[in-house]
Design a protein around this ligand. Structure first.
Ligand code: ADP
Ligand code: MG
Length: 700
């Protein structure tokens, strides 16, 4: 149960004045939540910069292009002449050193008359510009009288925004949230507070959202750092609590004699790569240890992680245990199942699939078989963690692309057995510092080599002005029986930008040209529909597949050898690499065309160059790091650690170590989080929503 004093922070933002259903949607998007954000989400949305209105020059001394607050007398108005509504409404104002023109486009009603009555003194704040030799402020941000000046925030926070949400609306919401901040206990130990010079939490939040100095909102300043430390401590403490649960009861060992593994390997149409063999050996070793396995299997797209996962499940099955393989999407789950089923069958490992689509009688029968121990490996989506899914003896949980799942899901899965071993699959090359922060102390296996016989991919960057040529080339390729992916960026409703072609539009135009050979798959389609289309593409019934990034991970159609990516400059490097990984999977040479829209920023040019020059995921991740900073490697929206909103690895690396040490200290001194210290730490865990870990405390 969440400590009661935190409740005011978990009230939905729609509870605030001025935040209605329309803003709800915008706030969800901005704060990256699928449900209505709470005040806590708003308070943890920190400013990106500030506007400084403290400069108060005389008109003569104004530096054009800067933000100034001028004290002026209003001299006269010149409304737009009748019939010329596009002409601006001009207000002439002055001080004893010169004149300034205040310009308004299409003001409503008598807005300007009321704002700037002739003859009055006003304080006007905004960006000053020189235009036709005259000093101007176009649409001043603030116009106040003497009384208003006293209340004017001279330093204003500027937040990351989303289209449709005005800065002012966001500021007003944050200010209300700040006013409702409850009294909270201090959870940072006194000596850490002293050593790091952290201010109290409430002060940190106030100074970030209502800055008094320009430096108040800097990520390496004391206020931001305090919050970053809180967040890191919550994360590290949660990991430590999970880790403490990982000891295996004596006698429980999860690997058999190898007979099933041998049969699978014999049935493989290829030889395992050296690193696949190493990974399997390491896993088999883990499974016989007195400590539970917590291993990350990291391998570039196409490096062959699925078969390693299957062999791990086989080892567990040899010892009479069951395994679960959970993937983040339906397509991925089916893909795994498709790869695994024939091999498993050949070896006598019983495999089944469970997603949201298995329903009714079919599902019931499946669950009964699972509970009776008649299924050795259950592949599926989130559906695996539903309450009524019961294993007889779940011994191994394999989680694919885990950064798409939360701790909650991982725990929910491992809770379905006792002393469950965990294998995490990831195609994202994660720097070690991040692994530590995100996963805690995990063992790591890397698949660094590609399976033999893969051909390099020829990647070209082509401006979108040459779209027609690309279409012609695609047409020729289709004639020779090639299979082609055509990727369009996902268009969020809140970012309808004219030049973005969405998948449906492109589908229509390609279909007009190439007819029934063209298919479409996107995230809004139902699972069955997606599979149907993917299936037809795999068999060659469709030879040109228009898709959004739903094909990003895992989809395996080795016969596809061409990929066109539209608006490639809009994708992250990791994402482009993942996408491109869908081709170059067979023995035939492949081509990837990155269509970009001119003009390209320098950053975009550099990024497309990286993708063009290498297909090595580790190198791409490194370049990505250099170009964008560590936080974005996992594709998180803003710079930050995955699952972390405030801490930034490039700024707070020191604090990660601090928080880790402190979490270990707490686990040693007060592992049950008892007493007053424990109570405030629980508050911390709830505040940053690491409260899944609290439930472990009860389990003993
Ligand atoms: P990923 O690591 O991206 O999940 P997959 O496990 O989907 O990769 O494997 C990609 C493809 O490579 C599959 O078609 C799989 O059958 C094949 N594959 C896996 N291991 C090898 C190998 N050692 N030699 C040849 N092909 C392999
Ligand atoms: Mg895969």
């Amino acid at each position: 149960m969440r400590p009661e004093r935190l409740n005011p922070l978990f009230v939905p933002v729609t509870n605030l004045a001025g935040v209605g259903p329309k803003q709800d949607k915008l706030f969800r998007y901005l704060l990256d939540r699928s449900e209505t954000p709470r005040l806590v989400d708003l308070l943890l949305h920190l400013p990106a910069s500030v506007i400084d209105r403290r400069a108060r020059p005389k008109i003569r001394d104004v530096v054009p292009g800067t933000v100034v607050t001028l004290e002026v007398t209003v001299d006269r108005h010149r409304p737009a002449p009748p019939g010329r509504s596009r002409a601006p409404y001009l207000v002439y104002a002055s001080d004893d050193t010169g004149d300034v023109l205040l310009t308004f486009f299409r003001p409503k009603g008598d807005y300007v008359e009321r704002l700037l009555p002739v003859g009055t003194r006003r304080y006007v704040s905004g960006t000053a510009q020189m235009f036709d030799g005259t000093l101007q402020i176009v649409h001043p941000d603030r116009v106040v009288d003497e009384a208003g000046l006293a209340k004017l925030a001279l330093i204003e926070p500027v937040y990351p925004l989303t289209e449709g949400l005005a800065l002012g609306a966001l500021r007003r919401a944050v200010a209300q949230a700040l006013a409702r901040l409850p009294e909270l206990p201090e959870w940072i130990a006194p000596d850490v507070l002293r050593r790091c010079g952290f201010p109290p939490l409430a002060e940190a939040l106030r100074r970030l959202h209502a800055p008094q100095e320009l430096t108040d909102v800097l990520p390496d300043g004391p206020f931001w750092s305090r919050l970053a430390y809180d967040e890191l401590l919550a994360g590290q403490l949660a990991l430590a609590l999970v880790r403490a649960q990982l000891r295996r009861p004596a006698g429980a060992r999860h690997a058999g004699d190898g007979h099933l593994r041998r049969r699978i390997i014999d049935a493989l149409p290829y030889a395992l790569t050296h690193s696949q063999q190493q990974a399997i050996t390491a896993i088999a070793h883990d499974l016989t240890q007195p400590v539970r396995m917590l291993r990350l299997l990291q391998g570039d797209v196409g490096s062959g992680k699925t078969v390693v996962a299957l062999l791990a499940a086989a080892a567990v099955a040899e010892a009479g245990g069951q395994s679960a393989l959970m993937a983040p999407t339906e397509i991925l789950a089916r893909q795994h199942h498709k790869t695994i089923a024939p091999l498993a069958e050949a070896a006598g490992v019983r495999v089944a699939i469970l997603t949201g689509r298995e329903k009714g009688k079919e599902r019931k029968t499946l669950l009964a078989r699972l509970e009776a121990g008649e299924i050795d490996l259950l592949v599926g989506t989130h559906a695996l963690i539903q309450d009524d899914v019961t294993f007889k003896t779940l011994a191994l949980a394999v989680v694919d692309e885990q950064h798409r799942f939360g701790v909650r899901e991982r725990l929910a899965l491992t809770d379905k057995g006792s002393a469950v071993d965990v294998l995490v699959l990831s195609a994202t090359p994660i720097p070690r510092t991040l692994v530590l922060t995100y996963f805690g102390d995990m063992d790591i296996s890397e698949l660094r080599e590609k399976p033999a016989g893969r051909q390099p991919i020829d990647t070209r960057a082509v401006p979108s002005t040459r779209l027609n040529e690309v279409m012609d080339a695609v047409g020729r390729a289709l004639k020779t029986g090639k299979r082609v992916y055509w990727i369009c960026p996902l268009v969020e409703e809140s970012e309808k930008i004219d030049f973005l072609i969405d998948a449906e539009q492109r589908f229509a135009s390609l279909k007009e040209r190439f007819g029934d050979r063209v298919g479409l798959v996107h995230g809004k389609m139902k699972g069955t529909e997606k599979d149907e289309v993917m299936g037809r593409f795999a068999t060659g019934d469709i030879s040109l597949l228009v898709a959004t990034t739903v094909v990003e991970v895992g989809v395996d159609v080795p016969a596809a050898t061409i990929m066109v990516i539209e608006n490639a400059e809009r994708f992250g490097l990791a994402q482009l690499h993942q996408l491109r990984g869908r081709i170059g999977r067979g023995s035939e040479a492949s081509t990837c065309v990155l269509l970009y829209r001119e003009p390209l920023s320098e950053m975009s040019q550099a990024r497309l160059r990286v993708i063009r020059d290498t297909t090595d995921g580790f190198r791409i991740a490194e370049e990505d790091l250099k170009l964008r900073g560590e936080g974005d490697v996992l594709g998180t929206r803003q710079s930050g650690l995955p699952g972390y909103r405030i801490a930034r690895p490039e700024v707070h690396a020191q604090l990660i170590a601090q928080a880790r040490n402190e979490a270990l200290r707490i686990m040693k001194d007060n592992p049950k989080l008892a007493g007053a210290e424990g109570e405030s730490l629980r508050c911390l865990l709830y505040l940053f929503e690491r409260d899944e870990a609290v439930s472990l405390l009860g389990a003993g």
